[in-house]
Each structure stands twice: as C-alpha cells, then as structure tokens.
Design a protein around this ligand. Structure first.
Ligand SMILES: Cc1cc2nc3c(=O)[nH]c(=O)nc-3n(C[C@H](O)[C@H](O)[C@H](O)COP(=O)(O)OP(=O)(O)OC[C@H]3O[C@@H](n4cnc5c(N)ncnc54)[C@H](O)[C@@H]3O)c2cc1C
Length: 474
C-alpha cells in the first residue's frame, strides 16, 4: 500500500476517506470506525449493476448541486442528481437554515441567473416578507424544497433520493470511472462523462484523490449548529417585543445564558419568522464537529436536539408572553455543518483577493459576503476584514471549481477551492448557487469541447453562456 491510489483500490468501501492536503488524514490513515476497533475488512469480490447512461452526474442536492444539475440539463446533458436525503436544498431545507444571506451589494442584486430565479420563487413561501427585500429574506424550508423539486425536474435532470455516494472508482490516476452508490437497491455503479462534487464535504473529489484542506492549521473547523423551529409563537409579541438577535445588547438571550440554568446554549441566536406563529432559529454552537466522522455527526445530532430543547425552556422563562405557549416543532434532519473539506483547485481564492475586491479573467460570478467565521475568534476576523461597502464585490474564478489533478471532476458549493478565511465568505448559499450553475454548464462544455477535461474548456465561451443565462460578473 505505497500510494494513495493503491490504498483506494485495496481499501474498498470501509476506508474511502483519503486526502493529500495539509492537516488532513494522510493516505492510509484509518477511518473513525477503524480507529475505534483497530480492525479492517477487505471486501470480497462482488458484482454490482452498472448504470452508464449519464453525461453528467452531480452528487449532493444542496444549493450548489441543484443549480449544477439544472444548468447541466438545460445545457443539453443527460443529468443525474444523487442525494442522500429525501429532499433537495441541503442546509437550506434539511438543515433548516432560516434565512438567505444577502443577494444584493446594497445597490443591485449580484447573484443572478439561476440563483436569482430560485431566490425569487422561494420568496413566495414567505409572503409576510417585503416583496422587494433582497437581504436576509426568511426561508420556509417546506416551500423551498418544492421550489428545488420544480426547477430540477423541469430542467430534465433526474433525481435519485435516499442514495449515498459510498466510494469512487478510478479508470486512471486523474479520471473517475464510476461512483459506487448505496441505497435500497444495494450497491450500484453510476457512470458519466463528468462528475460534479456538491456534497458540501467534498466526498467525491477527496475519495478520487484530490488534495484538500480542512479548518485551520490545526484542522479545527468552524462550529456547527442544529437549526430548529418553534410553533405557536405569539407573533404579535415576537414582532413588537425586543429583538432577540444578539445585535441587540438587550436581547433576552443574554439573561438566559447568564442564568446558568441552560448550560448548552450560547448567545448565537439568529431567528426568523417563517410563517404564521412559526419562528425558525440558527442558534447555538457545537464546537469542532468533524462532519466526515459519522460518530461525531451522530453525537452532534443528539446534542443539537438537546440544545434546541434548552433554548425553548430558556425562552419560555425569559420571554413568556412570546414563547409561553410555543413548542419545538422541528429540528434539522441534517446537522448544520458550516465547515469541512476545501478541495484544492487550479486556483485557491485568497484573503488578499477578498480584501482587494479582485476581478478575474475567468470569473463566473461575484460575491460580497463578509468573512463570517463561527469560532472563538470569529468576531475579531469580522472586525479585521470589515464588510464591503455599497456596490463592492469580488469575482469568483472558474479555477476554484476545477480540482487539481482530476480531469473529469468539478466542485460546486461550499467545497470549492478557497483559503481558510475566505471560506467564511464563499460558503453561504447565494455564492453556492452561483458556483453550481457555472459547474453544471462547464461540465457539459467539457463533454463537448475537451474530451471531458474540465481544465481545458473555453472559459470565455462559458462566461458568454452564463451571461446569456443572466449571470452577473465583470
Ligand atoms: C448553521 C448554519 C447556518 C447558516 N446560515 C446561513 C444563512 O443564514 N444564509 C445563507 O445563505 N447561508 C447560510 N449557511 C451556509 C449554507 O447553508 C451552506 O454553506 C450551503 O447550503 C452549502 O451549500 P452546498 O450545496 O455546498 O452544500 P449543502 O447545503 O451542505 O448540501 C449538500 C448536500 O449533499 C448531500 N450529501 C452530502 N454527502 C453526500 C453523499 N456522500 N452522497 C449523497 N449526498 C450527499 C447532503 O445530504 C446535502 O443535501 C449556514 C450554514 C449553516 C450550517
């Protein structure tokens, strides 16, 4: 077992997590399960069925994966979207994130194309929001799921739910041959010409051997959050009472935390009215959860639900008029994981690029979100880098979507190539929608122009097509 490919071939499904980047598991490092038992198993030879009818396969149906699939199908590719859950939308639906980060640069909408279309449609699920509001618009997750269903199916892309990428087969060091997917049919090999990794965690690219980084120099990632919602909230008091967000120094959440009676909660307390008498929360933190470790994720779900229950008890005590009659109606089906693998691309978007508001010859979209880091030093980073002023934004290079060393793989969404700090900016949903649309279109161009090599497409043609579809960049 002297190189990472050899390791991938021989280790089988039990130990597919391999990486070459700094501060990550090195090739041959044992998975979490192996670490706990000290044992491993080589799978016996097993024939599985092959579905090779696809041009483009997207794995992960979050914001990045949905726009990737829609865009690939719209561009003429036979497209399959594989999703582990039973609904599309990723963190915005299964993870119950309650609001869209800003879509505007305070002058105009800057995340356009499919991003704008999906955003506009999602607003129909929150009719209490101002029609022309562009920033921090609430999300009704049930409605947003149906928006993604509609856009993806109308594009002609096929969706396969309850199906999880479990392993990657290579035909050459730089070429993915097939994806091994586990679902109720057992294991199936799915083949396409080009693959898009929109898993958030970068599972596909990492298992294909791409290098990546995760978290800071010690591998510590941003905190996760279990989002949740309360029903039967007194909307009148919620709207007219004190602002609960910690931007308000008189928020009652400070009293709740100070009381010491609710040891799992903290002052991270974002909240949005998502419908009549229903408030959804992005609140609390689970520190340094490794989302590629299923044991850590499992514990995160359990603790996350306990945190949600403590917030309810705390709010019933400190804001009885608003929350006295309310109950915890839903917690996320996915843990709200902010930070995971950043797959190294032909270009790594840097903090200097963000600070300089750089424009790139190969940019496929713009972004202006601040460097939003959920760690003990997060507020220092926000203060240090500041926020963009009115009208300011930076470009997102296409090269951040093309994993180094892999010919027929693209990334979309939060696993694209950035440094640690700019990840805090590019990880949020509007830019994820934008990178997805570009990746989907680029995948199709690679099948037509460059024998599936995503590094060799005509990027200016890609930009022209994206502009024709309404995307905004310089
Ligand atoms: C707590 C929290 C609060 C946030 N707040 C905001 C906010 O207010 N506004 C905002 O705009 N953004 C916010 N974000 C950021 C944003 O929601 C995510 O970064 C964004 O959804 C990432 O999109 P994505 O498509 O890359 O991945 P995700 O949304 O993570 O979706 C990935 C999808 O891939 C699937 N998947 C993963 N692995 C596999 C596999 N092996 N096989 C098959 N399917 C797989 C998952 O089930 C999931 O559906 C927040 C994030 C968190 C966690």
């Amino acid at each position: 077992m002297n190189n990472r490919r050899e390791f991938l071939k021989t280790a089988g499904l039990a130990t597919v997590a391999v990486a070459m980047g700094q501060n990550v598991m090195a090739a041959g490092t044992k998975s979490a399960a192996e670490k706990s038992t000290g044992k491993s198993l080589t799978l016996s030879k097993k024939k599985i069925s092959v579905d090779d009818q696809w041009d483009v396969i997207v794995v992960g149906g979050g914001p990045g994966g949905c726009t990737a699939a829609i865009s690939a199908a719209r561009e003429g590719a036979k497209t399959l979207l594989i999703e582990a859950m039973g609904q599309l939308g990723g963190m915005g639906t299964s993870g119950m994130v309650p609001a869209w980060c800003p879509f505007s640069d305070k002058e105009k909408i800057i995340y356009r194309g499919l991003a704008e279309k999906i955003f506009t449609e999602s607003k129909k699920g929150v009719p209490h929001e101002r029609a022309n509001k562009l920033d921090w618009v609430s999300i009704n997750p049930e409605h947003l799921m149906s928006v993604y269903d509609k856009f993806v199916t109308e594009s002609g892309a096929k969706v396969l739910f309850f199906s999880r990428l479990a392993s990657v087969e290579m035909s050459a060091n730089d070429t993915v041959d097939a994806l091994i997917v586990a679902n109720k049919a057992g294991l199936t090999a799915f083949k396409a010409k080009v693959y898009i990794d929109a898993t958030g965690d970068g599972d596909l690219a990492a298992w294909a051997g791409a290098s990546f980084k995760r978290g800071d120099e010690n591998g510590v990632v941003q905190s996760s959050t279990m989002c949740f919602s309360f029903a039967d909230v007194d909307s009148y008091n919620y709207i007219n009472g004190p602002n609960l967000h910690t931007g308000n120094k008189n928020s009652p959440v400070f009293d709740a935390v100070k009381s010491g009676k609710y040891p799992l909660i903290d002052t991270h307390f974002c909240n949005n009215l998502i419908g009549p008498d229903v408030v959804q929360f992005n609140a609390g933190h689970l520190v340094n959860v490794d989302s590629t470790d299923p044991w850590a994720l499992s514990q995160g779900m359990i603790t996350g639900r306990q945190i949600a229950a403590q917030y309810l008890a705390a709010m019933q005590e400190v804001q009885p008029r608003t929350f006295g009659g309310s109950f915890l109606v839903k917690t996320g089906s996915l843990l709200g994981v902010r930070d995971s693998r950043r797959i190294e691309g032909d270009y790594i978007f840097t903090t200097e690029d963000w600070v300089q508001r750089r424009t790139f010859e190969d940019e496929i979209g713009r972004n202006n979100y601040y460097i939003d880091v959920h760690k003990a030093n997060g507020h220092d980073k926000e203060a240090h880098y500041g926020h963009y002023k009115k009208g300011e934004s930076h470009g997102i290079p296409y090269r951040c979507l093309t994993p180094k060393g892999l010919k027929n793989v693209l990334t979309a969404g939060r696993c694209i190539s950035t440094d640690e700090d700019t990840f805090g900016s590019l990880r949020v949903m509007p830019p994820c929608l934008v990178t997805g649309e570009a990746a989907g279109m680029a995948a199709v161009h690679a099948t037509k122009q460059s024998k599936n090599d995503v590094h060799k497409i005509d990027v200016q043609l890609l930009r022209k097509r994206l502009k024709e579809e309404g995307q905004y960049f310089l």
